[in-house]
Design a protein around this ligand. Structure first.
Ligand code: AQP
Length: 342
């Protein structure tokens, strides 16, 4: 089976964007691929964060994966920091990463501009090297990536090729390199169209955990009345009829896409159903579809989060399985790079 890794950062409440753009797709992927889904806690500290919240957010995120249907008989679920090889490999990789590659990263430029000099730690710059480590440790064949992560995956691929050349290729065989490729070069897996979910208050900005206003997102664990209220107040326009793909109507396209994804209907079906509707008719329809879709997930989440022993067991088993694969890769890299092994 081909292997896939993916994860979400425990930087806040998991929202509809994380779900529809990532977690929901995993449920299909786990049937076809060998899958490892982790909670990316080491990445969650690249910007100032609340230490009181990190472990809770990590457990919540794990419980949400399971509540959404990640099946531990098919997928490994673990916490990134529980597998020490991630940080170790990152250091080894960083010696082969030209600093210019990191300076070019758009996300670094954007996030560092927003955070201000005082808050920009080295980790914000080196984040893509840790992401490369997350992927290359597991010799992943594919990585599901959204638009904003494409550049980071490209860096991972270049880094894998560079390390393979420097330490695995024929050039270094004579000097002790292992003489074969060290890393598999992963391919991007582009998520289904329409899976980029936009903010409820601005159809041109993506829905995000870190957006200051909670009104801009539907959190997976939002109660019914909160969902109803957010949809009631979300940004729309004053045109009549509803349509997909009109660049002048980003909010309309986004809300129809959300409706399509949570109702399980096709785009054509939604188009037919909604083209003559006005907002006053559509909003309650969307609210009900959202509540119906999220309710069973919320019930399962409640059961899982209150069963600590079960959740601990899942994470323990996941990190044991992941460590086996990760340690084998890491040992290979140490050897190829010429370290004296114990
Ligand atoms: N709005 C979105 N639409 C579709 N997919 C989304 N993802 C995030 N937002 C949307 C996908 O969720 C996965 C995990 O994301 P992440 O936690 O690693 O970081 P992110 O992409 O930066 O997500 P946020 O919510 O915007 O977090 P903050 O605000 O902390 O930066 C990824 O697969 C991502 O594509």
């Amino acid at each position: 089976k081909k292997r896939i890794v993916s994860g979400v950062q425990p930087t806040g409440s998991i929202h509809l964007g994380n779900y529809l753009g990532a977690i929901k797709n995993w449920i299909d992927l786990q049937n076809t691929y060998e899958t490892l889904f982790f909670i990316v806690d080491l990445h969650a500290i690249t910007l100032p964060y609340d230490t009181q919240q990190l472990s809770k957010a990590t457990r919540d995120t794990a419980a949400i994966y399971l509540a959404c249907g990640v099946d531990t008989s098919k997928a490994s679920v673990f916490v990134q920091s529980h597998v020490r090889a991630h940080v170790e490999l990152m250091w080894l990789l960083s010696s082969s990463t030209p600093i210019g590659w990191l300076n070019r990263m758009i996300q670094f430029k954007e996030k560092s501009r927003k955070a201000g000099d005082e808050n920009v730690g080295v980790a914000l710059l080196t984040y893509p090297v840790l992401m490369a480590s997350d992927i290359l440790l597991y010799q992943s064949d594919f990585v599901p990536v959204g638009e904003d992560q494409k550049q980071h995956l490209e860096l991972t691929r270049e880094l894998a090729e560079r390390v393979n050349y420097l330490y695995g290729g024929r050039k270094w065989k004579k000097l002790g390199g292992c003489g074969g490729p060290i890393f598999k070069v992963p391919e991007p897996l582009i998520p289904p169209a329409g899976a980029r979910i936009m903010s409820l208050t601005d159809g041109l900005a993506k829905m995000s955990k870190s957006a200051p206003s909670d009104q801009s997102r539907i959190n997976l664990l939002d109660p019914k009345d909160v969902i109803a209220n957010k949809i009631k107040r979300c940004k729309t326009d004053s045109l009549s009829g509803l349509e997909f793909d009109n660049p002048e109507r980003p909010e309309c396209n986004n809300l129809l896409s959300v409706y399509q994804l949570v109702s399980g209907k096709t785009k054509e079906e939604v188009k037919q159903e909604c083209q003559n509707m006005n907002w006053g008719t559509f909003k309650p329809l969307l609210t009900d579809a959202l509540i119906d879709h999220l309710h069973p997930i919320q019930v399962r989440y409640g059961e899982i989060i209150s069963d600590s022993a079960y959740l601990d067991g899942v994470l323990e088993e996941g990190s044991t399985k992941a460590s086996e694969i990760a340690d084998a890769t890491l040992n290979n890299v140490y050897q190829a790079m010429g370290f004296l092994r114990r």
